[in-house]
Design a protein around this ligand. Structure first.
Ligand SMILES: Cc1cc2nc3c(=O)[nH]c(=O)nc-3n(C[C@H](O)[C@H](O)[C@H](O)COP(=O)(O)OP(=O)(O)OC[C@H]3O[C@@H](n4cnc5c(N)ncnc54)[C@H](O)[C@@H]3O)c2cc1C
Length: 361
């Protein structure tokens, strides 16, 4: 552990944090306890923030003292190195939820995302039912513009309450400032700001968004949520402590966008009917899972007794079978990425945020 991170944190900074209403300094849990992959070492300290103000103040106090920090919600999009980590974890635990007549919804960053979805579906509101079962916090959904089954949170997000780490100011900003795109915002990988609260305008008619897995049918929001949860569970995409296929960070690689000539070449090379191809402005989006499988990596790769394997239900999830180290996940990620690149000339890019290590190390 670097003495400087610890030294900067201990003493006045830790005291000021402890004296801030809604902030609590706790003995740091290991990232293995904080992440859904259940890997990762121990930070210098952890700070719990119970309100939006407390979250902004905690980050500002750490920034002022130049203490490296990581805001953590549900830990479901993180790949963290083992050992001692030179950073302080800020746990977003501000979980207020307001649902107004007309479908305007505000959630604190620390609200559990699927609880927000369940509560809005219960109220008969549409717009996020296809995002049922996605683990993690409400504050993280804008960070990578979460999406599933044909819906993205950018379809309904109106504003976010942001703490801007360079100006030290908080305030509601329109989502246009986040440059949301497929699994992207300008918050992802930059940590330039912290989401304190989110606001969404949902649809009070009670009818779901068009559901991709049901040929774009629209059904009641309650039926849509039930159907999405059932399909997700069959793919190991709903957390279940007893099922190692869900000890993952979800889809490990984003779907690559390639030019049409390369898409044609891959289509011809594989020679199968129905290669998934989705036209985009700048080329065609291919399915990372399809490429992984066609490159020879099947479910459960590499072996039953391996500490890290592809999920036995879904080739796009890298999973911890119980005693994987960070290096096991990283090594499997490299094997899959390199195998796909060798076979098809497409370099897959990881979706999760890596901390203390990189796929390129
Ligand atoms: C089984 C499984 C299924 C999944 N399915 C999907 C899916 O269908 N679609 C999808 O898009 N994703 C999916 N994911 C990925 C993940 O759940 C989402 O990205 C989720 O939004 C991450 O939320 P989190 O709170 O766990 O973020 P964390 O893992 O805690 O953090 C991820 C990143 O966001 C940052 N961050 C967290 N909170 C804030 C905040 N308040 N302000 C600023 N930055 C913040 C962190 O610093 C970190 O860089 C899945 C993951 C798993 C494990």
């Amino acid at each position: 552990m670097s003495d400087s991170c610890k030294a900067r944190f201990e003493g006045r900074v830790a005291e000021n944090l402890s004296a801030t209403p809604g902030v609590e300094v706790i003995d740091p849990p290991a990232f293995a306890q904080l992440t859904t992959l259940r890997i990762g070492g121990t930070p210098v300290a952890a700070v719990r923030a119970k309100t939006s103000e407390a979250l902004a103040t905690a980050v500002s106090l750490l920034d002022e003292a130049q203490v490296p920090l990581l805001v953590v919600g549900g830990g479901s999009n993180l790949v963290v190195a083992d050992g001692e980590l030179d950073l302080v974890v800020v746990l977003a635990e501000n979980d207020a939820l307001e649902i107004a007549a007309g479908g305007l919804v505000r959630a604190g960053a620390g609200a559990v995302w699927d609880e927000v979805v369940a509560a809005t579906v219960e109220e008969g509101l549409g717009g996020i039912e296809a995002l049922s079962g996605i683990p993690g916090s409400a504050g993280a959904v804008p960070v990578q513009n979460v999406g599933a089954y044909g819906a993205e949170v950018s379809d309904v997000l109106t504003r976010v309450n942001l703490y801007n780490r360079s100006t030290g100011e908080s305030g509601w900003v329109p989502i246009s400032e986040l440059e949301l795109a497929y699994r992207y915002s300008n918050l992802k990988f930059t940590s330039r700001a912290v989401v304190l609260d989110i606001e969404m305008q949902l649809d009070p008619t009670g009818i779901s968004v068009p559901l991709r897995h049901m040929k774009n049918r629209r059904i009641s929001v309650a039926a849509a949520r039930a159907s999405v949860l059932e399909v997700r569970a069959s793919k190991g995409m709903v957390l279940d402590a007893t099922d190692h296929d869900t000890w993952s960070a979800g889809s490990f690689f984003t779907n690559p966008v390639v030019d049409s000539a390369l898409a044609d070449a891959i289509d011809a090379q594989v020679g199968e009917e129905g290669m998934p191809r989705f036209p985009q402005e700048n080329g065609e989006k291919l399915s990372a899972a399809w490429l992984i499988e066609r490159a020879g990596f099947s479910r459960g790769f590499p072996a039953e007794d391996a500490p890290a394997r592809l999920s036995t239900k879904h080739t796009l999830a890298l999973t911890n079978r119980g005693n994987a180290k960070a290096s096991d996940i990283a090594s499997l990620a490299r094997t899959v990425r390199d195998g796909v690149e060798e076979k098809f000339g497409v370099r897959l890019v990881p979706e999760p945020v890596w901390v203390g290590m990189s796929i390129d190390d």
